[in-house]
Ligand binder design. Sequence first.
Ligand code: CO
Length: 498
Amino acid sequence: MPVKPVAFNQTVLRDGHQSLAATRMTTAQMLPVAPLLDEMGFHGLETWGGATIDACLRFLHENPFDRLRALKKAAPKTPQIMLLRGQNIVQYTSFPDDVVEAFVRANAAAGQDVFRIFDALNDTRNLRTAIKTVLACGKHARGEICYTTSPVHTTAAFVKMGIELEAMGCQSIGIKDMAGIMKPQVARELVTALKQRVGLPLILHTHDTAGLGASTYLAAVDAGVDVIETSITPFANGTSQPDTLRMLALLDGHPRCPDYDVEKLKELANYFKGVYAELSQFTSPANERVDADTLAYQVPGGMLSNFRNQLKEQNMADQFDAVVAEIPHVRKALGYIPLVTPTSQIVGSQSMLNIKFGRWKNISQPAIDIVLGKYGKTPGPIDEELLARILKQTGKEPMTDRPADILEPRMPKLREELKAKGLPTDDEACVLHAMFPNEFAALAQPAASAATKPPPAAPVVQPAAPVTPPTAMPPGPATRLRLTIDGRAHDISVEELT
Ligand code: CO
């Protein structure tokens, strides 16, 4: 029986520039090559979701749905993929079910084909509404397993999650190695185990941050993975996905080597070289090179480079090693949560606070919310001492229900708010308004907000949005800190716990 070639998804239009150019590629820079990308026969094109919606609104002043429609028109043959943060949609906190449903419906109507759906805690309850709605829209639900290492993240636990995702109706399973820390032998073991127990196509997504990406893909191909995800240079390698041409060379002579047109790939790389140069103010050599620190600290590379900048801003540059060394402690105390948006931000900022003020002397509101179960069930137990202190301080019980269960439907209110402002009230407008109210208003009413709109070459640091909605907390001495992660500033408020 002939072996099936491995297929490639192409990430250059989403993760490629999100990882290496602060998500700043514009629709105008994408459209000229969209037809050529469509000709390549890729299994899918990742074009939307993750930070692209935020970046479209905040920095590029584009309507993200217009981008999707334009790309769909320019590349109609290849399924288009988006990255969806489950109940967080593309934000940092949980949204009510009706908003998640409206988002998926609007997105499906605009042409999205495949939804990669993940939850930062791997709590499948946070994926349920999104998966159900994707299926109801007749689209493809790809359930993602966030990969991380910890005593509770065993192959058996990942396989259990894969079986659960299959039972929930997912049509394929993705393994999401956002930090690029998966080693080839682990990929081999995990892919083999998942292929044995789950009857769905399996996709591996990794990053080349620590220089492992291409070897990890090769091991996964040996073990029978159906699809791997690659990008195109210069938006490839480093903190991005391994380059497509490089991966083809590595697979040359392999029984599962796919047939993609090398000349056309060179043409694409040549085109993207120009785009990369245009985005030079957002690119950095630190993201382009292999960073073995990622392996030592087991944290995403992007998080490390952002940390350096952030600690500089806080006059804590000399404490970089101490702060990074604190990350494993914070992660363990918070139940070994994977480090991916938004938990990477939460663990990062708490590590900084622990070093600045002493361990758990100041606790950020999002970290308190993790402890109280407001993000979902953590993979491991919360540190007992920390839990006891937070319960005493807040007078609350940890939540065991699905976080979105306590959220009231919001769509009618969103529609009213938009109507009152004289803005459009369709689902697209509602979901953008729910997640990015100021940016959406600026986009929908450009004349009225021109005064607050930054010029096109805006600095990387922008006015911050709060990480979580205000939560009732006993008054106490509060400190405000500004934290910049993924090129985005977060103002966080910390309170002293006694
Ligand atoms: Co990624």
